[in-house]
Structures are given as C-alpha cells and as structure tokens.
Design a protein around this ligand. Sequence first.
Ligand code: GLN
Length: 505
Amino acid sequence: MSWHSTSIAQMAKALAAKEVSSAELTQYFLSRIDAGKQWNAYLDVNAHLSLEQAYKADMLISSGKGGALTGIPVAHKDVFVTRGWKTTAASKILEGYLSPFDATVVANLGMPSEDNPNGAGMVCLGKTNMDEFAMGSSNENSGYGPVLNPWNSEYVSGGSSGGSAVAVAAGLAPIATGTDTGGSIRQPAAFCSLTGIKPSYGRVSRYGMIAYASSLDQAGPMGKTSEDCALLLSAMSSHDRRDSTSLADSGEDYGRYLNQSWRAGNTNLAKPLEGLRVGLPKEFFAEGLASEVAQSVNEAAKILENLGAKLIEVSLPKTKLSIPVYYVLAPAEASSNLSRFDGVRFGHRANEYRDLSDMYKKSRTEGFGAEVKRRILIGTYVLCHGYYDAYYLQAQKIRRIIAADFQKAFSQCDVILGPVAPDVAWRLGEKSKDPVQMYLEDIYTLSTNLAGLPAMSVPCGFNKINLPIGMQLIGNYFSEARLLQVAHQYQQASDWHLRQASEVA
Ligand code: GLN
C-alpha cells in the first residue's frame, strides 16, 4: 500500500477498519523520511519517540477511545515548541534547544493525557525545516540549508513553511502544520502542489509558536486535499486562555459544509456552487503576473463557473501598498519579538566577550542569519523616535484601509479568487542576492494577513516544465468552513491535487 499517496481521511478509515496500525503507518513514513533526506525537509526526527506515540495511539484505537485522527502521523513546522524534539525555528541561535512544554497546536494534535485530555492522538513524525524565524519566501534563509522542491530539485520549495510543504509533497508525511505571517502556508503549498489554509487571525492559538510578527502570525494545516485540511484545522483550533488573541469560539467542525451545495436546498447536483459569487480582483491579474499562472487561475475560475458560481470583477486598490506596509510592520514586530534571544535566556551564547553588552552583540551576531539581522535593523529603525510617525504609524493607517477595501469587495462577492504568487517556484539562488525581488513575490498573500482574513492555496495547474501553480481563495472573517467547501467542490471537479511529484512517486 502506498500510504504516502493516501489522504488522511482515507487513512483514518483504514485505521478504524484495522487494515493498518498506527505503528505500521509511522514506521512507513519514518522509512520514507530516511530515504528522502536529500530534500532537507526535516530538522529533527526521533523514531523512538514517534513509535512510542504510535503504540499509545494503537492502544487507544483498540480500546475504542480513538478519535477521528488518532494514530495518523503529522509533521510540525519547527516554529512550534515540542517536548522531546528540538525546536530551533531553523536558527543557529536556538541550536539544540529543547522546550519544556508543547505549543497548544502540538498538544491539541498530540497524545491525550491527564494534562491534555482533548489531544487528538496524532503521532509526531518530527520537526520540519523552514526559513529562519519564518522570514522568507523560498526556504533559502534556513540556518540549516535550503529545502529542495520535489517537483524539480533545482528549484525552491517556497517559504517559510517549505519543510512542511515538501514533507507532504514528497510523501514524507501525510499532513503537516505550517504558519503564515504573510503567505508562508499558501506560497509553499502553491509551489509544491498542496492544499493549505491560513485561518482568520485568532482561530488557532499562538501559544508556543515562536513569534515572528505577532499581529500577523497564524498557524494552519498543509495537506493533499481540502478535506484533509478541514480535518486537521478542526483539531488544531481551540480557545486558549494563554493566548490573549485567541478567539472565544474557535472549536468548530470546519468540514461541515464540504459535501453540501452552496445554497441550502439546491438539489441540482451538477451545480453545487449555484448562488456563490466569486470576486476576481483586477489588481491581482495586472502587470507582474506570469501568463502561465494567470491562465491556470482563469481556467480554475471557469470550473467554478461550471459548478454554478458567478464571476464578478472586484477591486482591491491598495494591493501594491501591502508590500511596503508589511515590510515595515512585520520587521517592527520582529525586532521586538527577537530581542529575547540575547544569549542569556535562550540558545547560543558567544564563547568570548568583554562585558555584558559585548556578550549580547557577539551572541546575536553569531546566532542570527543575514535576513533576520536585516529585519531587526529595519524594524528597529522604523520604531525609532523620529521615524515612528513617518513609517510605523503610516503603515498602521494603510493597514486599516487595506482591511476596509476587503470589506467593500465582500459586499459584492462571497469569496475572492486570485493567484497565490505572481510566479511558479524559481531556481535555487536566483533571488537570494536581492531581498526586494524576494519581497515582491509576496504581493498577493500579504494583504490577507494585514486584514486578518482566512485564505487558502489550492492546486490549479502546472507550467510547461511541470512546476505546480496554485490559486488563492480568500474569504471574509471566520468563513474557513465555506472556503474549504468551495475548494472541496473544486477538487471534486479537478485532479491537479492528485498528481504526485515524479522524482519521488
Ligand atoms: N515571505 C514573507 C516574509 O518573508 C512571509 C513569511 C511568513 O508568512 N512567515 O516575511
């Protein structure tokens, strides 16, 4: 059985029917991780710990105490602190760091225990590579080497959740967690032909998720299908008193609309999306968008139309400003969040130093990579007395306008459709010398984080050299279940998400 091409929805059925045990599944993926080291998708694997969890899961299943996801393996982005596995956020400054507790996301998905009665019982396969502190769009900023794209190993995987994307795309995990501050779930999902969702801000607890830009960070699932993402998100999200921005009513079944038609009472099975208004923002299809990406997204729009949806042109006039706004606000928050890595409380400390301030300076100089240092400098600068009004405050004001523009668009449509990124994956090294080039790649993903809206990436095609293309679906606040429904209906009418990366299939 090729479990790496099986959805977690099918895997759950096989586990319940005793066709396979969690220990067998876990061993299967651990062997694939071992054989697939060349992608550099994982930063820490511990077969002993994973199998220990799998045996526990098998016991839960056989005693009838298993839940929907019990026994299914999952990989976690290395930004979530994890008991047992090292957590580094792909930074040398945290090399070897072992957390004394689990992030809420890890606990929610993990083994149930006295302290964690609601754990879903999934088995942790290990920690996935990422851009250092989630800063990047290609996974070339990892302190532990880039992650290669399994569709073509000369190309980037996308970032910052590139390790999670490649773990699933290369069949080294059935599903994975990611985080998205400005596109880091959606863009690597698009580059590797996966389905991923960044929920509304506040849906998933940020407790134990190493902070990059706290007002933008949000965790979500990366999997093969919309159905799988709905299953994982339902288990990931919960109200958490330890995160002051966690929503009070977050525990919902995000898969509840998957097999329903958009409009209740519609019995026309050929047109399940009748009544759905899909907005196409004209700014998302303007200059800068690769024609092959535009073509695939337009074909996807036609499929939605065939399913009964109505296409409407909408406008998000401040789209271009999302880049300068994000690259002021995110570094500002990062410069503050990363001040805790000082050589005293966590991680790396320089061997030799003259005094305390020299120790800070040397530890941080040695521990942080170039992109992280760049952002700390930018962030510190825009928060300086004298520049604060000109940059930080101005960016905050435009952030409000960007959010208001979305509300205007949502008065005309139910979901917004566009590309995830202006391009497909690029060659390793192609943009690393020019950070601004790299920042421009985030143009279609940043605005949803600035507004706090949910957004998905769904496979919708391939270019001539077989590199994946993703489309983006954006919904209004708390409409995750509806987004997943639209994506699921699209996946019933298309097969892009079923293709497997040829180099590993
Ligand atoms: N590419 C963006 C950045 O470099 C977004 C990263 C993210 O979502 N974590 O900051």
